[in-house]
Design a protein around this ligand. Structure first.
Ligand code: ZN
Ligand code: ZN
Length: 921
């Protein structure tokens, strides 16, 4: 029984009111909250939300990402799983620090003016005031996350997990401090990991420089470089030991043009004889490969560019930087050095050079390779486990083409630089004793005095890479490292990780590594990589391009469901979603139109079903079902089965033994949406509802009640199937169904199930398929109508002859066919003798007598006129084609085109003549 306090359904769907009404009710009733205890008796289903940056503002990419997650979680919640969607935010070290530093700059300050403690306090309060707004925005699009478990990577609990991970990896021998060339962002003032220093293709220049041999200026070597400013830090020229051109020079010295330093020529097989001149300059402090060469040859490693990207003597560089260059920014220094080398004749030539240059992923500054001390994680042992997870079938990636990318990256993995020289983040849990040198002290708890000498200790000033906390997310958010945590026991490992391919390396692979290392199991069995939202020029949406779409605008204009439907229905697996930021009306038309249609269907249907109780379907004997009833129940079963097949299986227990095809199964969201849409629109509304109108409008009676019951049941099934995608509108409609229990939500109703085959009788099946004959007959009659331009309102007469059905079964359908097709239908074994238009189908043949339906004389005249109109141009065309001159001159493509046209006109003419013959001309 519907609750008496329900508001009547307005004629038009009012998304804003509906969303404001239902979301708070769901949260008040704890619909989204998962329970660890309940998970003992039900299958848990866990998705951790990729935590947005705490200062982030919702963009359309988040909208897509979170809608996909919500659809999966809502589906599994209905299917009876203990579904947990765990939300939260990331403190986003560099990104957040940058935001606050910009504020300080505007105020005329730097973070150094404030000092570390005050700066961190300022960032924290900024985050407290403005952070996490994105989570409220996610609520506005209907996200059914368990907000009671909202996590934050910088909370005390998650910070403890970070420290535990660091210390444990140190104990395992996987965390170490290294002195090597790393990627450095001079603007952010910190080192970056390989992944954070992104490659951009650019056209730069290749400078060829001549270094003269020290004791014989008649001899020289030419080296090529894209960064001539680094020559000040050169310590050698390397040649391949097998390169005969340089054999005589190995062991001798050359002179650096600008500072006169003498550097040796060394032989190293790293040098490729076919690149440039075959000789390369070695700058160990500013190039990772050169660093390795220098180590092999025991060469010095002078640093000539400082942390801010300024050229000056930093370390071991005495006398290397001429005074006129000291203090210049690296790019200004480059220009000046090129000018000086040109003047001195040392610059041989400059060539354009296409190459990839690393940029900071946070501020896009060109990254400077720089020698420094950093903390690293030894990745090989971790990567091995992550590779095993894929190999042994514990993990799959959809679409599966990404599996090769994942393997490739893990195979070639290098140690992970995890220390950052910023202030906003987890401080590295390492202390140094200046007094006795008992260092470093790695500790789970803060150390205030040296355990050996009691002297004062100083904590490492660096913080950890933001991703060092994110990679623990699936464990740290549910209690790790506390092995006794009820949540950890109930909800680890989780199920699906939904994200965009961009962070496969940053985040996804590392979560697999940490999960396998610390928990012995991958944190999820399926990685679902969805496409990217792009504009009509196929460009990724971004703030800088100004081609973004604000999902909240879409919610305001068309409602959250229209946004969600558009995204899900357009989401092929691994395919990008194209939306036009300049035409939201058109972009979101699929969702808006579908919601409007569903609302119209729902309002009409509910008004006919009424509020009186309907009999339960199980109490209706199948003998009382009409063909249409049996058919729509069969179609509902088929729709459920299609949705299940597109979405599931939820948890591939047999991943290990699955074939490749099976591994690629499930999570086909657009197919699921289409199956549900087709059922409610093309089957329930277009056919079933049309066919039962006379019964619904009839006076009360058993047949009306059966129709009401089947209709209410079918619509209930449709709303359940659609709920995960469009939760608001389905909730609003579902509440008005007479069989809906009071105080329940479709959001937590059970997922529909295909009826047990044994409960559907043979007779009912035959009845259902007889309705297919009805549909075929109606379609045939409609075709004749349109062919002869008969107005939709005009009544026609038809004879329907069964092809493969018992006559009696079809006879019972005559009135239904007649009422849908607005026709007087006779079911017969014989074709009428009167002149008829005929359509031969697979189940029935339909004859529509033309007399009475059309004016025969008029139709004959119309056909004759059309034939005449076509004949003249056709004759002309055929004339041209038999004209030898034309044929000799015309290009073959033109001749082919004319021939095709002639064939088409001839066919049409034959058709018209046949029709005219039929009319007895
Ligand atoms: Zn940067
Ligand atoms: Zn000490």
């Amino acid at each position: 029984m519907t609750s008496p306090d329900l508001n009547p359904l307005p004629p038009q769907y009012d998304a804003a009111t509906t969303e404001a009404e239902w979301y708070p009710r769901w949260t008040e009733h704890g619909v989204f909250i998962a329970d660890a205890e309940r998970a003992a008796t039900r299958e848990p289903f866990v998705i951790v939300m990729p935590p947005p940056n705490v200062t982030a503002v919702l963009h359309v990419g988040h909208g897509l990402n979170n809608t996909v997650q919500d659809v999966l979680v809502r589906w599994r919640r209905m299917a009876g799983d203990e579904a947990l969607w765990l939300p939260g935010t990331d403190h986003a070290g560099i990104a957040t620090q940058n935001v606050v530093e910009k504020q300080l700059t505007a105020e005329g300050h730097t973070r150094f003016d404030l000092g570390r403690e005050a700066f961190v306090a300022r960032v924290a309060s900024f985050v407290e005031q403005t952070g996490g707004e994105i989570l409220n925005q996610l609520k506005a699009i209907g996200s059914s996350a368990d907000w009671s478990r909202t996590a934050y990577t910088f909370s005390p609990e998650l910070s403890a997990a970070v420290r535990e991970a660091f210390v444990r990896l140190h104990e395992d021998g996987l965390v170490y401090k290294g002195h090597r060339v790393i990627h450095w962002c001079p603007r952010c003032g910190t080192s970056l990991s390989d992944e954070e220093a992104e490659f951009n293709d650019t056209t730069g220049k290749l400078y060829h420089l001549r270094y003269l041999v020290a004791d014989d200026p008649r001899l020289s070597v030419v080296v090529a470089t894209t960064r001539p400013e680094t020559m000040l830090g050169d310590v050698a020229v390397a040649v391949n030991p097998d390169d005969p051109r340089y054999t005589a020079l190995v062991g001798r010295e050359v002179v650096l043009p600008l500072n006169g330093m003498r550097i040796p020529v060394v032989a190293d097989s790293y040098t490729d004889p076919s690149f440039g001149s075959g000789a390369v300059k070695i700058t160990p402090a500013h190039d990772a490969n050169d660093f390795d060469v220098a180590k092999r040859h025991d060469l010095p490693m002078p640093v000539i560019i400082d942390a801010e990207g300024v050229v000056r003597e930093v370390e071991l560089a005495g006398g290397r930087v001429p005074p006129e260059l000291a203090g210049l920014d690296r790019f200004d220094a480059r220009d000046k050095i090129v000018a000086m080398l040109t003047a001195s004749g040392a610059l041989v030539k400059i060539e354009p050079h296409a190459h990839s240059v690393r940029h900071c992923y946070r501020c896009d500054t060109v990254v400077e390779p720089r020698l420094s001390d950093q903390w690293f994680v030894r990745m090989k042992p971790l990567a091995e486990k992550a590779l095993d997870a894929l190999r042994t079938g514990e993990l799959r990636i959809l679409p599966d083409r990404w599996e090769a990318v994942y393997v490739n990256w893990l195979d070639g993995i290098r140690d992970w630089n995890i220390s950052r020289q910023i202030w906003w983040g987890h401080r590295i849990p390492v202390w140094y004793c200046e007094a006795c040198g008992n260092t470093p002290l790695v500790s789970r708890t803060d150390i205030t005095a040296c355990p050996t000498c009691g002297g004062a200790v100083r904590q490492d000033s660096d913080v950890l890479d933001t991703w060092f906390s994110s990679w623990l997310w699936p464990m740290s958010t549910i209690g790790w490292p506390n092995e006794q945590s009820a949540d950890l026991k109930a909800f680890y490992p989780g199920d699906v990780l939904v994200t965009a391919p961009e962070i496969l390396f940053f985040w996804v692979s590392r979560m697999v590594m940490s999960g396998c290392w610390f928990m012995g199991k991958a944190p999820f069995h399926t990685v679902y990589l969805h496409g990217t939202v792009r504009d009509m020029q196929h460009r990724k949406m971004s703030k800088s391009l100004g081609n973004g779409i604000d999902p909240l605008d879409v919610v305001r204009l068309y409602g959250a469901d229209a946004l969600r439907w558009t995204m899900v229905a357009g989401l092929g697996l691994g395919v990008d979603v194209m939306l036009d930021p300049n035409d939201l009306d058109k972009s979101f038309a699929p969702g808006r139109n579908f919601c409007t249609k569903l609302w119209n269907i729902g309002r009409f249907l509910l008004s006919r079903v009424g509020t009186e109780p309907v009999p339960a379907l199980s109490t209706i004997p199948s003998s009382q079902l009409t063909a249409a009833d049996a058919w729509i129940l069969a179609r509902l079963d088929a729709a459920i089965a299609e949705c299940d097949a597109a979405l599931g299986p939820a948890r591939p227990a047999n991943l290990r033994t699955w074939t490749d095809a099976e591994r690629g199964r499930g999570l086909r969201l657009s197919e699921y949406a289409e199956a549900a849409r087709r059922f409610v629109w093309n089957e329930l509304a277009d056919w079933y509802l049309e066919s039962i109108k006379p019964r619904l409008y009839a006076a009360d009676g058993a047949d009306k009640d059966v129709a009401r019951a089947v209709l209410a049941h079918a619509f209930d099934g449709a709303l359940r199937l659609l709920q995960p995608i469009i939760p608001f509108i389905t909730e609003a409609l579902w509440q008005h169904l007479p069989q809906t229990p009071s105080g329940q939500f479709v959001s937590q109703a059970s997922w529909p199930r295909v009826r047990d085959a044994a409960t559907v009788s043979e007779a009912e099946r035959a009845l259902a398929s007889s309705f297919d004959a009805t549909r075929e007959a109606v379609q045939a009659m409609n075709r004749v109508r349109s062919e002869y331009n008969v107005s939709p309102g005009a009544r026609i007469t038809a004879t329907v002859i069964p092809v493969a059905l018992p006559m009696a079964l079809l006879e019972s359908q005559a009135s239904t066919m007649g009422s849908i097709a607005r026709a007087d239908v006779t079911v017969s074994g014989e074709a009428p003798t009167a002149l008829s238009a005929s359509v031969v189908g697979t189940l029935v043949t339909v004859h529509v007598p033309l007399a009475g339906m059309i004016d025969m004389d008029k139709e004959r005249a119309r056909l004759s006129a059309e034939i005449d109109q076509l004949q003249a141009p056709l004759d002309a065309l055929l004339g041209r084609l038999s004209n030898e001159k034309f044929m000799a001159k015309a290009p073959p493509a033109v001749v082919d085109g004319e021939r095709a046209k002639a064939a088409e006109w001839q066919a049409r003419l034959a058709q018209l003549r046949a029709k005219l013959d039929q009319l007895g001309a």
